[in-house]
Each structure stands twice: as structure tokens, then as C-alpha cells.
Design a protein around this ligand. Structure first.
Ligand code: RFL
Ligand code: PHB
Length: 401
């Protein structure tokens, strides 16, 4: 049997950032990940980093490539009725912006830093079981390299995403769950072509939502609203491009096409489990909340959670004071619900609702979009939510108002 201070399940953004923050404070951790390194580093997901996330990664010493390659954006376009409207973040959100840098690049940088530090990160573990979380000696059992292993911990951090095992280790009835499943999904592609616009375009269209994003000056990321249970085979490349051209159609603008490198379908869901802790198990990131991707908040929330958790663990391990640790969930939830609201609102405003037979919802959506694009107050609300409400739940509060 081996021992550590913090057993971290999952090497996604939450687990890796937590491990790194603890490392910097001299707190031991072991990260166990059920996939292999190549899979984890290749998973194409988020692209939008809030300023708070960027600042933290730089402070942690893993921001060199991010500073070089990240694309800083100071606005976003909302397109509807065939016309684009720009929301200027720099003007409306206190000079803050967002940075486009792929989640898999963040993950690669964090894995490289972890391996360089020599701190343990085990890939390809099987059958992880968090046990005795109600005691002061929780442990992780798992198989690794064909052997049954046991890791005695002082605390377990469940950073294992929505389909992980940690949330399920909490005894029945101790958590409450709130959830919305949307009647649509996103078909996402990565195309080898320069972006058709310098900024992101969120597009509302009678045929459904579309999003233009990017990863680099040579890589475009595009999404289309589709059926929630859509079979990817029904979307050959030609159909994807045709649908993208139709939804994004706008005078004086055209969409550039290129070879499709990656294709995937993502369901849209809102989910929160509360509280985010039980005994010596602390849940963070997608393991405890999911937001629909329309708000670009999931990764940012995951990072915000583990920042609070790392701070609390430092206080506990260095002084024995568990005040911050006991208050972990309460400190995180205001930010979680603010992000939930924003993601739900963006999702509701942009997507075609399948049950909207007489077009009532579509007209409400267009009225809302027109208001957001014509009222400074409404545009400010979108802008400050999009760049991130930093005063909520962050250890170093910085006020917007
Ligand atoms: P992750 O990234 O899912 O990592 C969890 C890790 O745990 C491992 N794991 C296990 N390990 C051991 N034992 C088990 N039993 C395990 N079960 C699972 C997994 O292999 C994995 O490595 O969760 P984490 O760290 O909480 O990070 C959350 C983010 O990944 C997620 O919120 C974002 O990707 C959401 N998201 C976006 N977030 C943003 O902030 N901005 C965006 O622009 C944005 N765009 C997106 C997105 C998510 C998308 N998809 C595919 C869901 C766009 C898309 C299309
Ligand atoms: C992305 O670039 O993958 C992306 C951007 C904005 C979103 C979701 C995903 O809202």
C-alpha cells in the first residue's frame, strides 16, 4: 500500500491544475487517470479561456506557450436575420477579454509540467474505487499494470468528469441533483483552414444554431446544432459545409472550407450536484456540474473550483484549520449557478426549439437578440458574463461594480 496527502482522480483540467497548485505549495498528490496520455492530450474540447483562467495558468508557471500561441479576443459577433452585431468586451467588460487556446493544449502543458516535477501521474489505471470517504483515512483502490493497488489518502479529489466514479461514491441521499437535458446536441468539426473571421460568431438561424470558433491562424472550429442522438454517419463532409454556409449566410461574408480533421457530437446538458463535498471527498469540475457549451464556461468553472479547493487544502495541511475546506462547496456554488444561468440563457436564446410549432419561441429569441445588440445595458450583461464574473467564488475577489 502507498500513501499520499491528496488522491486525485482524473487528469483533465481540474485534476491537473489541482495537482500543480498543490505541488507548488509542497503538498503531495497522486493523480490517477483511466485513459492513456495520447488520448487525454488529443481530446478536442473547449477553446475559450477567461482572463482569470489565463492569469492563474501564467502565475502557476504553465503559461509560456499560452502567452505565445493564445489568441486574445476583445469582442464576439452575434449573427441573426443574416446580419452580424459585435459585442465589444474591451468597452463593456472593464478591459477584460478572452483567450482562444485549446483545452488539449492546456492539458499538454500541465502534463509536461507534472512529469517534469516528478510528481506521480498514473495513466491507464482501471477500476478506480474511492473508499472510506466518511472516515479520516479515505483510500483509492485500482488496478495498474495488471496489479491491484491501494493508495491511502488524507483527502480524495474527484476530478473525473461527468461519467467518472467519484460522484457515485457518495452515499445515496447525501447529494441533491438538479438537471436539464436539452432536445438538441452540437456537431463539432475541426477544419484545416484559416478562420473566416477574427472573432467568434454565435449564429441564430431558423434551421438551428451555428458557431464559428478557431484554434489557431490555420485551424477553424465550427459547430452546428443537431439532433441530440444524431448518428455522425448522417453528416458527410459535404452536408456539414452546406449546412454551415446556409446558417452563417451574411452579405459580404463567406465561410472558408478546408479538410475536416475531426468530427464529433456533444449532448447539451445542465447539471449540478450539491453539496460538492462529502466527508473527505471533494468533487470539482464536470464531475459535479455540467453546463451546455454555449456559454464557454465548463473548463473555466473546473479551474475556478480547484483554485478554491487548493487554497482550502493549503490552509488545512499547513495549520490544521478546516474552515475553508468545510466551506468549499458554499464558496464555489454562487459562481457555478451564475455560470449555469448564463449558459442556459445563451443556449435558450440561440437554439431552434423543436417543439416551437407556431414560431412563438423563435420570435421571443429574435426580440431578445435585438435587445442585447441595441441596449448598452443588455450588451454589458452578456459581455461581463462571457469574460467571467471574477468576483464570484474566487479566493482573491476583484470587484466589477
Ligand atoms: P474532464 O476534462 O472530463 O476530465 C476528467 C478526466 O477524468 C478521467 N476519468 C477517470 N479517471 C480515472 N478513473 C475514472 N473512473 C475516470 N473517469 C473519468 C477522464 O478520462 C478525464 O481525463 O473534466 P474536468 O477536468 O472537470 O474539465 C472540464 C472540461 O473538460 C469541460 O467542462 C469543458 O471541456 C467544457 N467545454 C468548454 N468549456 C469552456 O470553458 N470553454 C469552452 O469553450 C468549452 N467548449 C466544452 C466546449 C465541452 C465540449 N464537449 C465536447 C463536452 C466544447 C465542447 C464540444
Ligand atoms: C470552442 O472554440 O470550442 C468553443 C467556443 C465557444 C463556445 C464553445 C466552444 O461557446
Amino acid at each position: 500500500m502507498s500513501r499520499t496527502q491528496v488522491g486525485i482522480v482524473g487528469a483533465g483540467p481540474a485534476g491537473l491544475v489541482l495537482g500543480h497548485l498543490l505541488n507548488l505549495q509542497g503538498i503531495e498528490s497522486v493523480i490517477v487517470e483511466d485513459r492513456d496520455r495520447e488520448y487525454v492530450e488529443g481530446r478536442v474540447r473547449a477553446g475559450v479561456l477567461e482572463q482569470g483562467t489565463v492569469d492563474l495558468l501564467i502565475e502557476m508557471g504553465v503559461g509560456e506557450r499560452l502567452k505565445r500561441e493564445g489568441l486574445v479576443h476583445h469582442g464576439v459577433e452575434l449573427r441573426f436575420g443574416g446580419t452580424g452585431h459585435r459585442i465589444p468586451f474591451d468597452e463593456l467588460a472593464g478591459g477584460r477579454g478572452i483567450t482562444i487556446y485549446g483545452q488539449q493544449e492546456v492539458v499538454k502543458d500541465l502534463i509536461a509540467a507534472r512529469l517534469e516535477s516528478g510528481a506521480p501521474l498514473l495513466f491507464g489505471v482501471e477500476d478506480v474505487r474511492p473508499l472510506a470517504i466518511d472516515s479520516d483515512a479515505p483510500l483509492l483502490r485500482f488496478r495498474h499494470g495488471g496489479q491491484e493497488r491501494e493508495l491511502r489518502c488524507e483527502v480524495v479529489a474527484g476530478c473525473d468528469g461527468f461519467h467518472g466514479v467519484c460522484r457515485g461514491a457518495v452515499p445515496d441521499g447525501s447529494l441533491s441533483f438538479r438537471e436539464r437535458i436539452y432536445p438538441f446536441g452540437w456537431l463539432g468539426i475541426l477544419a484545416q483552414v484559416e478562420p473566416s473571421s477574427d472573432e467568434l460568431i454565435y449564429c441564430h438561424h431558423d434551421r438551428g444554431f451555428a458557431l464559428h470558433s478557431m484554434r489557431s491562424p490555420q485551424l477553424t472550429r465550427l459547430y452546428l446544432q443537431c439532433e441530440p442522438d444524431e448518428a455522425i454517419e448522417r453528416w458527410p463532409d459535404e452536408r456539414i459545409w452546406e449546412e454551415l454556409h446556409t446558417r452563417f449566410a451574411c452579405e459580404g461574408w463567406s465561410l472558408k472550407e478546408g479538410p475536416i480533421l475531426e468530427k464529433g457530437i456533444t449532448p447539451m446538458r445542465s447539471f449540478v450536484a450539491e453539496p460538492m463535498q462529502h466527508g473527505r471527498l471533494f468533487l470539482a469540475g464536470d464531475a459535479v456540474h455540467i453546463v451546455p457549451a454555449t456559454g464557454a464556461k465548463g473548463l473555466n468553472l473546473a479551474v475556478a473550483d480547484v483554485r478554491v479547493l487548493a487554497n482550502a487544502l493549503v490552509q488545512w495541511f499547513s495549520t490544521g484549520d478546516d474552515t475553508l475546506l468545510e466551506g468549499y462547496s458554499e464558496a464555489c456554488l454562487p459562481r457555478v449557478w451564475a455560470a449555469q444561468h448564463f449558459a442556459w440563457w445563451m443556449t435558450s436564446m440561440f437554439h431552434r426549439m423543436p417543439d416551437d410549432r407556431d414560431g412563438f419561441t423563435a420570435r421571443l429569441q429574435r426580440a431578445q437578440l435585438a435587445y442585447v445588440c441595441s441596449s448598452r445595458a443588455a450588451a454589458t450583461s452578456l459581455a461581463e458574463n462571457y469574460v467571467g464574473l471574477t468576483q464570484l467564488g474566487a479566493p482573491e475577489a476583484d470587484q466589477i461594480v
